[in-house]
Design a protein around this ligand. Sequence first.
Ligand SMILES: [Zn+2]
Length: 228
Amino acid sequence: MKKIFLDKGHGGSDPGAVANGLQEKVLTHKIIEYAVDYLFANYTGFELRVSRAGDQTLTLSQRADMANKWGADVFVSVHINAGKGTGFEIYVHPNASPQSVALQNVLHDEILAAMRQFGNITDRGKKRANYAVLRETKMPAVLTENLFIDSNDAKYLKNEAFLKAVGEAHARGIAKFLGLPKKAKPQPQQKASDGKLYRVQVGAFSDRKNAERLAEELKKKGYPAIIV
Ligand SMILES: [Zn+2]
């Protein structure tokens, strides 16, 4: 079981950057929720923790500590940039391990490709910085800066489909880096808004052939069916 730690940049009393009617903490929350949904829908062989389920305030060291104590295999911190620039950039620590650099490479390519389906997004590149969450984490760790909240980039950040694509690209990059097995068939994303997952059973048989017949029936009608 690989352990994935996702850090929602900012939260609680710290909204992060604020501009154009947008709050960084709300955007990073959405991107990570899309990443979580995509991981559970498409991959197996992992456990996942998120730095905050709701809107708690956490210090940078608390986030790194949580990941270290849990023994995470990968740490990804998601942020939105500010300072009136444009584009996407991704950071590792100046003394990053080769694994952190490998994670940076795969996430850089996945996320930029996903963003460029929406427009001509600037590649600000793969960078290094002495950020606390990168310095204090013991596993491969990166920090993404997903466009600028206070420039024309905001038009992308206001598009829910864009946030979804960015979240899913984070998920695909992490899965590639960890070599997570794909689910045989992607599960429909049935997660209710309260985070619970409801499964519906339509039949129980002692003969597998009967189960397969019913599963075929369901598939023909357009329902995803699995035999357990
Ligand atoms: Zn931030």
